[in-house]
Design a protein around this ligand. Structure first.
Ligand SMILES: [Zn+2]
Length: 478
């Protein structure tokens, strides 16, 4: 019997990083005192009229352009009607038949085949968020916080092109990176600014689509992957036993590691969409669209390809260097300031990332400007200081923000290249290590590293390791 093939489509809600909400002037701020950012518009009081936030449109369009979508010059806002305690108006303003963007794609490396695969994006539309029900604030009761009501979202809907849970996770992390480069959202899943639902079915290869289920309530990419593994297995078991998959919505329970059907009462919505009579069609002029197009940055995949070509770096290193826009900027500024690309890559992936991690910061707010690090790496490249000394100076630069050249001069850290001084250190080291010298002469050539290390230690890191290695070799030849 041939294996079943998973068919997965994803729906991703992304909160846009605007100052205010989509249709009113209330602040779009996470974590504020409940119900402190509300007004007649987002509360849906009679007579209050929505006014579209142009900034939200710009961010949405920028995201759509970055994801290779066609942006439509005219789109329509529609009311999605349903009843829920966190939805005071009784409807959500969304887009339905005429979204502002369609037909984009995002490439993933192709988990199984190794060839890049295109995951098509069917549509992106603008909509407002609903409020939030809080079940832990008032004992025995549910509280409602309407601060989130009316916060601008884009919903990104893919075609059912994803073929495995692993690929879903990969797609999502690449999408998140793209959205971060585009600077349209903070994409924080814990704060709910990025939310993922999945449509899942299975089929025999080449057959038509099977009945799908919708999986919700997955609050991390890891949970998306786990929930998909669970649901695909559940459908396989059903179908293998000759049973049918029922079309339903399932809620992922991360603690129990299972997906359970939503009560049908909460489900079966007939949203009765119709164009919102309070809002005119969204018209995007050619000039406006052009201005937004100019704000689209170089996307991560383009940047990675450029780095790989221009700086002869490996694909794996380029992935790391373009993981965030701030990392890529830092690396590139370092190279622009005259640093050798190899040195720059090695330091950014090594010392800089480690130092950022140690201080609980990210490269975006890393205290050492690329120009200062470039100065330090110039000292290392020219041979004035060794890499261990460069590391020591780097930590002083992090603490003080002072010039590396000044630190090297003040603390007398310049590399010692004077032969007689080096010879003295080498001789002292070798006479203190008679046993090791014996073993080296007997054939244990691995001890070379030990001797060089000991001389470096004796010189407090100031000896030139290349010269040291040459001198040790000369001494031990005889
Ligand atoms: Zn409001």
């Amino acid at each position: 019997m041939t294996e079943f093939e998973p068919v997965i489509g994803l729906e991703i809600h992304v909160q846009l990083r605007t100052r205010t909400k989509l249709f009113c002037g209330n602040e779009n701020e996470f974590g504020a005192e409940p119900n402190s950012h509300v007004c007649p518009v987002c509360l849906g009081l009679p007579g209050a009229l929505p006014v579209l936030n142009r900034r939200a449109v710009e961010l949405g369009v920028r995201a759509a352009l970055g994801l290779h979508c066609t942006v439509h010059r005219r789109s329509i806002f529609a009311r999605k009607n349903y009843f829920y305690p966190d939805l005071p108006k009784g409807y959500q303003i969304s887009q339905f038949e005429e979204p502002f963007a369609t037909e984009g794609f995002l490439k993933v490396p192709g988990v199984a085949s190794g060839d890049p695969r295109r995951i098509r994006i069917r549509r992106i539309h603008l909509e407002e968020d609903a409020g939030k029900s809080l079940h832990d604030r008032i004992p025995g009761a549910t509280a409602v916080d309407l601060n989130r009501t009316g916060v601008p979202l884009i919903e990104i809907v893919t075609e059912p092109d994803v073929r495995s849970p692993e690929e879903a996770r990969d797609f999502l992390s690449r999408l998140k990176r793209a959205l971060e480069y585009l600077d349209v959202s903070d994409c924080n899943m814990e704060e709910g600014s990025l939310r993922v639902d999945a449509n899942v079915s299975i089929r025999r290869p080449g057959a038509g689509l099977g009945t799908k289920t919708e999986v919700k309530n997955m609050n991390s990419f890891g949970n998306v992957e786990r929930a998909l593994v669970y649901e695909i297995e559940r459908q396989r078991e059903l179908r293998s036993a000759g049973a049918e998959v029922v079309h339903e919505t399932l809620l992922w329970d991360a603690d129990r590691g299972e997906a359970r059907p939503m009560r049908s009462k909460e489900e079966s919505h007939d949203y009765r969409y119709f164009p919102d009579p309070d809002l005119p069609p969204l018209e995007i002029s050619a000039e406006w669209l052009e201005a937004i197009r100019e704000s689209v940055p170089e996307m991560p995949w383009a940047r990675a390809a450029r780095f790989e070509g221009a700086f002869s770096l490996s694909t794996e290193h380029v992935e790391q260097l373009t993981a965030t826009r701030a990392t890529a900027d830092y690396f590139e500024n370092l190279v622009d300031a005259g640093t050798d690309p190899g040195d720059a890559a090695s330091w950014v992936m090594g010392e800089v990332m480690a130092a950022a991690k140690n201080t609980n910061s990210t490269i975006a707010d890393f205290p050492v400007q690329p120009a200062l690090l470039a100065e330090l790496l110039q000292l290392q490249r020219s041979g004035r200081i060794s890499r261990p000394i460069a590391r020591r100076v780097f930590s002083v630069v992090i603490e003080t923000g002072r010039s590396p050249t000044a630190i090297v001069e003040e603390q007398g850290l310049a590399q010692v290249t004077d032969e007689s001084a080096l010879e003295a250190w080498v001789d002292q080291t070798l006479s203190a290590a008679a046993d090791e010298v014996e073993r080296f002469r007997a054939g244990d050539k691995r001890l070379m590293g030990f001797f060089v290390g000991q001389v470096m230690k004796r010189s407090a890191g100031k000896a030139d390791p290349k010269q040291v290695s040459r001198l040790v070799q000369e001494r031990l030849k005889g």
